[in-house]
Design a protein around this ligand. Structure first.
Ligand code: FAD
Ligand code: MLT
Ligand code: ZN
Length: 475
């Protein structure tokens, strides 16, 4: 897939030799994978849009093993692709050529949890859902949640600065990650794994690695602040007659639900068709042009239900919402969330997916979807819009039976220019990886790009860490 679609040339890294394999085998005995069948899946991304040709995957268990691997690869000029759960959306997690895949799958130990502060310290390869379960058993929740929770690793989440479904409530990982342990390209272990809430001693180096997509270092452990588990959770799934009403519903929600509002997600009618058609889910409300999922999370079941009741009365009476349903038990909450969370999965059954993840001013958030429906006409199978409305984040997806270069030409650079024209971001939460690296300039000035290159050169002078990712190909 990769070479035909994306013009990219292999950089002059060394090629893994038999001697290299023997040395790596000494570093991680029995955990050097060279079986082509086992290498098939880690060479292809979740969306099945890019494919690498790595011949080696390593499964370290400890930070020292990662350090040893990188020290060796640095000396030998071997390129390395860090990989977590391989659920990334921008082709950052798979090799482009023959980079060695360094998987965190076996680095899955919780190191400590403090049941007063809620600080969790764990290895980078812990699966998000496993961590959620671990902290929930102790009365806390993870500050992030996403549809890929069953596969993604916390290290991958931090490396992509994943946003997700709880961002509205708990904010960015840039705030909730308290410390990181990172192995630098030359094998140096940078231990900034503090659990402190406040620490103004010099530059906050961990921020460099949050969202750096494996290009500046390999994250080996994470210290993260978990909020207390809310004792009352409610979900309302609502139908809205237009996007203007979606926005007004959000405004009303913030005013009336205040501190208990924990998520505000939206999806259009095309998304509902997708999850019905491909996954057999059923729409719990009257068919509408738009749907909104509102979640509240608080500590007083009666208080929260009362507040939500008043809010519903208000939006139904004023015509902002035409129909709605509530969920307060776990099963129904899960069922309502599935309608929103499983859109990505449904899209992947619809054909080739052109995926855009944009930050836009709320007022203009849906205009691009309408505009593209007209612009693309029947050349697109479907044009859909959904996302984290409460965060100003639109997921704009276009599907076609198969990849089509002319459709891509109609989408790009149009979508990026449109977004830049609104002072938006061309990647709100998925990062740039391999597929979006050349559009960084739409959202950042040349001076910022130059400084990013200098940071990369400082931390990884040989460029062995996740080459061909994040930074644009040319200056
Ligand atoms: P991978 O995909 O393996 O890697 C992603 C990037 O991080 C790569 O560049 C890789 O090299 C790097 N990396 C991985 N581990 C490390 C490490 N230990 N050290 C350094 N670099 C590393 N994203 C959102 O932001 N919000 C969502 O709501 C959301 N929902 C999703 C729903 C679905 C169904 C899917 C499939 C994906 C979704 N994503 C979402 C995409 C998201 O980026 C990832 O799911 C997640 O954060 C990536 O974690 P991962 O472990 O799979 O990382
Ligand atoms: C989501 O919010 O569902 C994810 O970011 C994945 C996607 O954009 O499809
Ligand atoms: Zn998202």
């Amino acid at each position: 897939l990769t070479p035909e679609r994306y013009p990219v040339r292999r950089l002059p890294f060394s090629v893994v030799s038999e001697d290299d394999l023997a040395t790596l085998e000494q570093i991680v005995p029995g955990r050097v994978i060279t079986d082509p069948e086992e290498l098939e899946a880690p060479n292809v991304d979740w969306l099945r849009t890019v494919r690498g040709s790595s011949k080696v995957l390593l499964r370290p268990r400890t930070t020292q093993e990662v350090a040893h691997i990188l020290r060796y690869c640095h000396e030998r000029n071997l390129a390395v692709n860090p990989q977590g759960g391989n659920t990334g959306m921008v082709g950052g997690s798979t090799p482009v050529f023959d980079e060695i895949i360094l998987s965190t799958a076996l680095m899955n130990q919780v190191l400590s949890f403090h049941d007063v502060s809620g600080v969790l310290v764990c290895q980078a390869g812990c699966i998000l859902e496993a961590l959620s379960q671990y902290v929930e058993e102790r009365g806390f929740v993870m500050p992030l949640d996403l549809g890929a929770k069953g596969s993604c690793h916390i290290g991958g989440n931090v490396a992509t600065n994943a946003g997700g479904l709880r961002f509205l409530r708990y904010g960015s990982l840039r705030g909730t990650v308290l410390g990181l342990e990172v192995v630098l390209a030359d094998g140096t272990v940078l231990n900034c794994l503090t659990s402190l809430r406040k620490d103004n001693t010099g530059y906050d180096l961990k921020q460099l690695f949050i969202g750096s997509e494996g290009t500046l270092g390999v994250i080996t452990a994470v210290s993260i602040l978990c909020p207390p588990k809310p004792s009352a959770v409610n979900v309302a799934f609502l139908g809205c007659p237009g996007f203007a009403e979606v926005l007004q519903t959000f405004r009303t929600c913030r005013a009336m639900l205040g501190e208990i509002l924990s998520a505000f997600e939206f999806m259009d009618a095309e998304c509902m068709k997708l999850v019905r058609f491909h996954l057999g889910l059923s729409c719990p409300v009257q068919e509408s042009p738009f749907y909104v999922l509102v979640e509240t999370a608080g500590s007083g079941p009666q208080h929260d239900a009362e507040k939500l009741g008043h809010f519903l009365e208000q939006v139904l009476d004023s015509g902002l919402v035409t129909d709605g349903t509530l969920g307060s038990n776990e099963r129904r909450i899960r069922m309502l969330w599935a309608l929103r969370e499983r859109i990505t999965e449904a899209l992947s059954h619809d054909g080739y997916v052109y995926k855009y993840d944009l930050s836009l001013p709320l007022d203009r958030l849906y205009d691009l979807v309408d505009d593209l429906r007209v612009r693309l006409g029947p050349s697109a199978k479907r044009v859909v819009g959904y996302g984290h409305l409460g965060d100003g984040n639109l997921h704009l997806n276009v599907t076609a039976e198969t990849f089509c270069a002319s459709l891509l030409g109609a989408l790009e650079p149009y979508v990026y220019e449109w977004t830049a024209g609104q002072w938006g971001s061309v990647s709100a939460e998925h990062g740039l990886g391999f597929k979006k690296k050349d559009v960084l300039g739409y959202s950042k000035p040349p001076e910022a790009l130059q400084l990013m290159r200098q940071v990369k050169a400082l931390l990884d002078p040989k460029g062995i860490l996740n080459p061909y990712k994040t930074l644009p190909t040319h200056a």
